[in-house]
Structures are given as structure tokens and as C-alpha cells.
Design a protein around this ligand. Structure first.
Ligand code: FPP
Length: 245
């Protein structure tokens, strides 16, 4: 495991946002002749390990893609199992997250989620609102296009009500209507399982993010590999469309 002191990507104070597309749970289970849900359960353990590793790795914001707007197309058994797993994760991890200084927030459209899950999500957000050591954002029923569409609808309502005019609408204004309005843009997006796609994740926010596509399946993605990638990121120059000095 790399020495935590060597892992600061920029300086101790700047936000450092890592987003993860947690892919490969199903394949991991199927390769072992187990039901896909077993892969999701082991995947939840990796979430726990990586959350723990973030503060020492200099990561201030971690955003994870837990369920997309497209994932409803999976079998009813898998969808129901994932929703149960999210409820279980929130119930079992709440105390540890609170004590570890983690602030948890959720993004995505809650309208289609079961009331029990939404209540747990609201409660965890409230319970951990005092924390600031790590900002953990969990995307459930999230899709980048859906998020931008909902933002545009809310913006249109403000214009209809006369609280904004079309001249007020610029990128900064639109970003204030996104689910992620409380977050800095991601610096680094990691996708596991060998697929080099972004699958509708943080489309607007990742305009200048660095991407890291790795072959490891999410259930095999341990904190040491996560820390190694974070450290590698710190050596890359980011130009935001300009030129380096
Ligand atoms: C994609 O892998 C993964 C998901 C759709 C679910 C991600 C959920 C977890 C890691 C569970 C834990 C999350 C929390 C917040 C407790 P896949 O099933 O599409 O994998 P495949 O491409 O191999 O089929």
C-alpha cells in the first residue's frame, strides 16, 4: 500500500473529486458460477474499503454510480436485490460513516424509488450533514441526460414564473439546477471491468475530467489499486483546454 503522505494530488486544501463507475459485478459472480447479486454484495464491500481509503489518499469527494436510469431493464430479481442491498448498506453503514466524518448525499431521480429507500436516503443525508472529511455521493436512478433534462425543466419553470430570463441562462446558471449543484466537477473518473465507455455518468460535469479505464472487475478493486491510480493522477498535467506553462 503506498504511503499516504505521498498521495496528495495537489495540496491539502483543494478539493479532489474522484468518480467511479463500478462495473463488473455480474461477470465476477458469473465467472464463479454464482448469481449476479453475489457480485453486487461483494461490490458493496469494496465501496466500504474505498470510502475508508479516501481521506488518506487526499480524496475529498467520492462519487459512485450505483444504479443507472437504464438499470431498470435488468431482471426484476436483480433490480429488487440491488434495492435491498442499498437499503441494507445505508442501514448497516450509517453509524460507521457518521463516525468516520463522511457526509453522504444522493443524486438521481428519486421519483421511481421505493419509499422505504428514499426515507433511508433522506435520513442518512440529514444524519451526516455535519461531516466534511469526505463527501460521498451515491448515484441511484441516475443518468446524465436525465439529470440535464430535469435541470432544463426546472430552469424553464423559473423562466415561466418570471424569476429568470433567457439572458440569465449560461453554463454556471444551468449547473445550479443539476443534481450535483453542491459538488465540484470530478477530477478523475475511474471505470472498472475493461469497458471504455462513460455510460451516461456525469456527462456535463466530466467535461475536463481525466479518465482511467482499468480491467479489474469492481469486486476485485481493492483500496491499494485505487490509491495507486490516485497517485498516478497527481503526475498528470491538466490544461483545461489551455496550454501548460
Ligand atoms: C455494474 O456492474 C454495477 C451495478 C449496476 C451496481 C453497482 C452496485 C454496487 C457496487 C453495489 C454496492 C453499492 C452501494 C452503494 C452499496 P454489472 O452488474 O453491470 O456488471 P457486468 O457488466 O459484469 O454485468
Amino acid at each position: 500500500m503506498p504511503d499516504a503522505a505521498t498521495l496528495q494530488p495537489t495540496d491539502d486544501h483543494s478539493p479532489f473529486h474522484v468518480a467511479c463507475i463500478m462495473d463488473g459485478n455480474g461477470r465476477w459472480a458469473q465467472m464463479r458460477g454464482r448469481p449476479r447479486l453475489v457480485g453486487h454484495h461483494i461490490g458493496a464491500r469494496r465501496v466500504r474499503d474505498i470510502v475508508k481509503a479516501c481521506p488518506d489518499a487526499g480524496v475529498t469527494h467520492l462519487t459512485i454510480f450505483a444504479f443507472s436510469t437504464e438499470n431498470w431493464k435488468r431482471t426484476q430479481v436483480e433490480v429488487a436485490g440491488l434495492m435491498r442491498l442499498f437499503r441494507r448498506y445505508i442501514t448497516h453503514e450509517a453509524k460507521a460513516l457518521l463516525e468516520a466524518g463522511v457526509r453522504v448525499r444522493f443524486i438521481g431521480d428519486r421519483i421511481r424509488l421505493d419509499d422505504r429507500l428514499v426515507r433511508l436516503m433522506d435520513d442518512l443525508e440529514m444524519l451526516t450533514a455535519v461531516n466534511s472529511k469526505l463527501n460521498l455521493t451515491i448515484a441511484i436512478n441516475y443518468g446524465g441526460r436525465d439529470e440535464v433534462t430535469r435541470a432544463a425543466q426546472r430552469l424553464a419553470v423559473e423562466i415561466e414564473r418570471g424569476r429568470l430570463t433567457h439572458k440569465d441562462v449560461d453554463a454556471e446558471c444551468l449547473a445550479r439546477f443539476l443534481d450535483t449543484r453542491f459538488l465540484p466537477d470530478p477530477d478523475l473518473v475511474i471505470r472498472t471491468s475493461g469497458e471504455a465507455r462513460i455510460s451516461n455518468f456525469l456527462l456535463w460535469q466530466s467535461a475536463y475530467a481525466e479518465y482511467e479505464f482499468i480491467d479489474t472487475l469492481w469486486p476485485d478493486f481493492h483500496a491499494d489499486e485505487f490509491c495507486k491510480i490516485v497517485k498516478g493522477y497527481s503526475t498528470r498535467a491538466r490544461r483545461f483546454g489551455g496550454v501548460t506553462a
